[in-house]
Design a protein around this ligand. Structure first.
Ligand code: A2P
Length: 329
């Protein structure tokens, strides 16, 4: 299969190449794409160097699939051009996620919605993916009524510039700032830009994308998203109120049985998920599972995942694998 990776030099793009290689995605021709600045440079894939193509050359090559992680504007402009020549686009930006005509997919939850007519498919936001995957089996059985989420998000979600900023601050060196404030030894309660209602875009993604993926607009969601100086992954404290009474042992069983979820939860041995251990892994890790004794039908849990993997690259590659396996390309 001819596969284009758009944004191949970026933080997510690099992990995409790695995940495609690890999972042995059936690639006959790899077409890495980046901005005009990078055309002619190379990226490596399975130990070989590949020259970066321009967007025009990549479209002209009519790949079966193009996986995008090059920002919303690039997706808005170029995804339709790939779609026009028959390429299926899996897009990691926020550009198409809330478009009513586009599917928003976490394969373990709703890949079965996909058809051969879907030419632009949206990959959800990183913090949404890990949360909905842990909620999906519980929602099915007990129906989620309301979610209160606090996130502790890795700087890798902001891109290369943010990783450089932390590095500079750590080494006491000056350099370009990705954030409005220092991130070393800090916690910044503003991920992405503010919207008119006082919430940030990242917080509103958790609201809107969760309702769309779980297929239930009545779920109440409120979030505070915080950037912390961590590299390995995003963490989330999730307080979930269900419509129905739940059994705590059954909640654990449902989570253990969920594809893509690993339960790490034992207070006796200080076992709980943490970003240093989630780093480089594809699963979503769930722990600190306990009843919220202050309110009925309510549960607390702590959910951690590598935001560049399941939160971005792995989820996108899994969508591509599903399309390929079902003959939808
Ligand atoms: P480049 O390296 O040439 O700038 P990150 O979010 O980690 O900074 O990565 C963004 C990715 O998107 C990079 O691969 C970047 O390429 C790519 N990119 C940015 N703008 C465009 C564009 N207009 N067309 C194609 N790729 C782009």
């Amino acid at each position: 299969m001819k596969v284009a990776v758009v944004g191949a030099t970026g933080m997510v793009g690099q992990v995409m190449l790695q995940v495609l290689a690890e999972r042995n995605f059936p690639i006959t021709e790899l077409i890495p794409v980046a901005s005009e600045r990078s055309v002619g440079k190379t990226v490596s894939y399975k130990g070989k160097e590949y020259t970066i193509s321009s967007m025009e050359d990549a479209i002209a090559a009519r790949p079966e699939i193009a996986i995008f992680s090059a920002g919303g504007d690039t997706s808005l402009k170029f995804a339709p051009k790939f779609a026009e020549v028959g390429t299926t686009v899996v897009d990691n930006s926020s550009a198409w996620r809330m478009d009513p005509d586009k599917k928003l997919i976490v394969p373990e939850i709703n890949a079965s919605e996909l058809t051969a007519q879907d030419k632009i498919i949206a990959n959800p936001n990183c913090s949404t993916i890990q949360m909905v995957l842990s909620l999906a089996p519980l929602h099915k059985k007990y129906k989620v009524k309301r979610l209160v989420i606090s996130t502790y998000q890795s700087i890798t979600g902001t891109g290369v510039k943010a990783v450089q900023q932390l590095e500079n601050e750590y080494n006491d060196e000056k350099g370009e700032m990705a954030y409005n404030y220092p991130i070393h030894r800090n916690a910044i309660p503003a991920c992405d830009v503010f919207t008119e209602n006082g919430y940030t875009k990242e917080e509103m993604k958790l609201v809107n994308e969760t309702q769309k993926i779980l297929g239930d607009r009545s779920i109440a969601v409120t979030a505070t998203a915080v950037r912390i100086p961590v590299v390995g992954g995003h963490s989330e404290a999730i307080n979930v109120q269900f419509e129905n009474e739940f059994d705590l042992a059954d909640v654990r069983k449902l989570l253990q049985a969920q594809d893509g979820v690993t339960v790490q939860d034992n207070p006796d041995t200080n076992t709980y998920p943490m970003p240093i251990y989630a780093h480089g892994k594809d699963d979503v890790f769930v722990g600190r599972i306990r009843r919220d004794f202050s309110q009925e039908n309510t549960l607390n849990m702590w959910v951690v995942a590598d935001n560049l993997r399941k939160g971005a690259a792995t989820n996108a590659v899994q969508i591509a694998e599903y399309l390929s396996a079902q003959g939808l390309l």
